[in-house]
Design a protein around this ligand. Structure first.
Ligand code: FAD
Length: 319
């Protein structure tokens, strides 16, 4: 049965997020002849029409409503709920990003819909969509399906294929009713500038308590730079004040899915694995051969990170 799919696209630092294209690709496969549309909130959204059209959306909904120019959960929730009604979407897909994690449950609760979050795969079984998601910090996976109503799911970023399917995309401007906002954002001050964004990085060099100090992160930064990657950290390293919490990966930090994750001096606690175990290739560098991280690693190097990491940097520089 054909279904109308609405993809909530997102930008970060002026670029459409990868997960928006992944969601549009999933949307194509589940629409079954129904319409695939996208919505993009924020000022200047119309400028992304061409990119969105490369992934097969028939329409791109944008709004110049002042309350949507900067993200707030309240305004986005109201706008998305009214758009879902307006376009009669059967399936709503959105990235399991910081915004997705805030907005999706609010919209679902407001509209009395079910929500399946942080999905790592979507399949069709006898006409029903089956969503797979990790549970118990990634120790197990559960498969879920909706019994009734609209189907709303958030997708784990950088986990799905994105397939280009050019389409003629119509730009549609809409005016949602947004009222009784309890707060507005006056200004956003960035904490860090430059470097590769951790949540979008294809390569992450991550440090744990084994780096021993803030200075100990320097060899990791050098390796990340040579590889064009980002630096991440375990909570152990953040708690020890070797680096900022914005780098923390894991259950209570960021969930990342890079092509290559290099864990340096990280033991591999379950809470850390929850944030990185779906990385495509995991390399662990640890001086303890019994460290649990080796159980999830594709490649393991037993050794002192202060010897191994500079060696890798030197070799990659030659390449
Ligand atoms: P450690 O466990 O101390 O491991 C350090 C490792 O470095 C060891 O394996 C050691 O062999 C190795 N090492 C030491 N020196 C060297 C060297 N010179 N060369 C090579 N290897 C060396 N943790 C997270 O990471 N992310 C989370 O989001 C998170 N959320 C949590 C939520 C809750 C509710 C709780 C209770 C815990 C959470 N934790 C999280 C903490 C987690 O349980 C671990 O304590 C933490 O991940 C350990 O960090 P670590 O691996 O850096 O340190």
């Amino acid at each position: 049965m054909s279904k109308n799919v609405l993809v909530v696209a997102e930008t970060k630092n002026g670029k459409l997020r990868n997960v928006s294209f992944e969601a549009l690709t999933i949307a194509q496969s589940v629409a079954d002849g129904g319409e695939v549309a996208a919505v993009l909130f924020g000022s200047g959204a119309a400028a992304y029409l061409e990119e969105i059209s490369r992934y097969g959306a028939a329409r791109l909904y944008v709004s110049d409503h002042e309350a949507l120019s900067t993200y707030t959960a309240e305004a986005y929730t109201q706008a998305l709920a009214s758009l879902i009604q307006e376009v009669q979407a059967d399936i709503i897909l959105m990235g399991n990003t910081a915004i997705g994690k805030e907005v999706a449950p609010r919209v679902a609760a407001r509209m009395g819909m079910g929500l399946i979050s942080d999905c790592t795969s979507v399949e069709t079984n006898e006409g029903n969509l089956v969503f797979t998601r990790p549970i118990y910090a990634g120790k197990a996976f559960e498969k879920k399906t909706f019994c009734k109503g609209k189907e709303f799911a958030t997708l784990r970023p950088n986990n799905f294929e994105k397939v280009i399917k050019p389409a003629q995309t119509e730009l549609v401007s809409f005016q949602p009713e947004i009222q009784d906002l309890r707060k507005i954002v006056k200004e956003i001050v960035k904490k860090t500038a430059g470097g590769v964004d951790l949540s979008e990085a294809k390569i992450i060099v991550s440090g744990g308590r084994g780096v021993k100090s803030a200075e100990g992160f320097q060899p990791l930064r050098e390796l990340a730079e040579v590889l064009g990657g980002a630096v991440g950290a375990s909570r152990g390293a953040c708690d020890a004040e070797y680096c900022d919490y914005s780098l923390q990966i894991g259950q209570t930090g960021k969930v990342v899915t890079p092509d290559l994750y290099i864990a340096c001096g990280i033991s591999g606690a379950i809470q850390h694995l929850a944030g990185m175990s779906s990385s495509k290739i995991i390399v662990a560098i640890n001086k303890d051969p019994e460290a649990p991280i080796f159980q999830v690693a594709d490649y393991g190097i037993v050794g002192d990170l202060f010897e191994v990491v500079p060696m890798l940097t030197k070799e990659f520089k030659k390449a």
